[in-house]
Design a protein around this ligand. Structure first.
Ligand SMILES: [Zn+2]
Length: 68
């Protein structure tokens, strides 16, 4: 019998939120991208918007949830 809906270990985030306390580990910009899941802020890779999404539009946190 095939297993149903085997999920990889990927957290499904509710949305992306900015973290102004940290700097991007690649380019030192702020804020970095955190995730929000069930009202809890979850640190991701420690990268800013443009480094996370690969587009300069992502400099604005408002864009993250549209891109992500
Ligand atoms: Zn960056």
């Amino acid at each position: 019998m095939p297993g149903r809906r085997e999920r990889p270990e990927v957290i499904e985030l509710d949305e992306y939120v900015p973290n102004y306390q940290r700097r991007c580990i690649a380019c030192e910009q702020r804020p970095v991208v955190d995730g929000l899941k069930n009202g809890k802020q979850i640190p991701l890779a420690g990268l800013c918007g443009p480094c996370t999404f690969g587009t300069s539009d992502a400099i604005y946190p408002d864009e993250w949830n549209r891109l992500g």
